[in-house]
Design a protein around this ligand. Structure first.
Ligand SMILES: O=C(O)c1cc(=O)[nH]c(=O)n1[C@@H]1O[C@H](COP(=O)(O)O)[C@@H](O)[C@H]1O
Length: 235
C-alpha cells in the first residue's frame, strides 16, 4: 500500500469523488468509502475505485443479528474490497458470523480483512457514563472490546490513536489498529472527541490512519495530504 492512510471519501456523489481525486492528483491512494457515498453510489463507485487501483476500506459498520450480518458480508465480499468493518458491540457471535460470510463470499481466494469498531472516536468518557451507562474508562472499554474482537477471529479494530499502545499490549503487535479522529495541528476538531495528529498516531504504533476533513475540506487538499505524509515519515 502506497501510504498507510485511508482517505475518507465522505462526499455525496461519485462525480464529486472523481473530481476531487482528479483535481488533487490522488489516483491510487488508499481510500475509505463510508455510508454517505456507498448508499448513493454503491458498487459502481467501488468498481471505479478498483479500476483506478485504490486500496479500499469499505466502512459500513454492520451491527445486526449474526445471520443477517453473515449474509450481508457474503454479498459485500463479492465487491473485492480490502477491509470491511462491524461494531464490536454486536458481540462475538456476530463477529464470527461476519468472518464466515466474508470467507464464503471471497473471490480468487483473497478474503477481506475484518475489523471492529470499539468505541467511536466521537465519544468520550461522559458519553459512555451518562448516555450508555458504561462505568469503565474509555481505555478499559476499548481494550475489552479489542480482546473480544481478537478472540472472535477478526483481524483488528478501529479505535483512537490514544488507545493503540494498550491494544497492542493486550492483543499483540500483529493485531491491526485503524485510527480515525486524525487532525492536523491547525484543523478544526468538528464532531470528533478523541483526536490525534498523524505524528502522535505514528508514535503510538497505529497501523493505518483514517483521515477525512483535514484533507477533503482544506483550502489546498493536496498540500494537506502531503503534510500528513511528511508528519508520518518524520515522526
Ligand atoms: O469506522 C470508521 O471509519 C470510523 C470510526 C470511528 O470511531 N470514528 C470515525 O470517525 N470513523 C470514520 O472516519 C472518518 C473520519 O473523518 P474525519 O473526522 O473527517 O477525519 C469518517 O468517515 C467516520 O465515519
Amino acid at each position: 500500500m502506497k501510504q498507510p492512510f485511508f482517505l475518507a471519501l465522505d462526499f455525496p456523489t461519485a462525480d464529486e469523488v472523481k473530481a476531487f481525486i482528479e483535481n488533487n492528483d490522488l489516483y491510487g491512494v488508499p481510500v475509505k468509502v463510508g455510508m454517505e457515498l456507498y448508499y448513493r453510489e454503491g458498487k459502481e463507485m467501488i468498481a471505479w475505485l478498483k479500476q483506478h487501483n485504490h486500496p479500499i476500506f469499505l466502512d459500513l459498520k454492520l451491527h445486526d443479528i449474526p445471520t443477517t450480518v453473515e449474509k450481508a458480508m457474503y454479498n459485500l465480499a463479492r465487491l473485492g474490497v480490502d477491509i470491511v468493518n462491524v461494531h464490536a458491540t454486536g458481540g462475538s457471535d456476530m463477529i464470527k458470523a461476519a468472518k464466515r460470510g466474508l470467507e464464503r463470499g471471497a473471490r480468487n481466494g483473497s478474503v477481506a480483512k475484518l475489523i471492529a469498531v470499539t468505541v467511536l472516536t466521537s465519544m468520550d468518557e461522559s458519553t459512555l457514563r451518562d448516555e450508555l451507562f458504561v462505568q469503565q474508562s474509555v481505555e478499559d472499554a476499548v481494550q475489552r472490546l479489542a480482546l473480544l474482537t481478537k478472540n472472535s477471529g477478526a483481524d483488528g479494530v478501529v479505535c483512537s490513536a490514544h488507545e493503540v499502545p494498550i491494544i497492542k499490549q493486550a492483543c499483540g503487535a500483529d493485531f491491526l489498529t485503524v485510527t480515525p479522529g486524525i487532525r492536523l495541528s491547525d484543523s478544526t476538531q468538528d464532531d470528533q472527541k478523541r483526536v490525534a495528529t498523524p505524528a502522535l498516531a505514528k508514535r503510538n504504533g497505529s497501523d493505518y490512519l483514517v483521515i477525512g476533513r483535514s484533507i477533503t475540506q482544506a483550502e489546498n487538499p493536496k498540500a494537506n495530504y502531503e503534510r500528513v505524509v511528511e508528519e508520518w515519515q518524520h515522526a
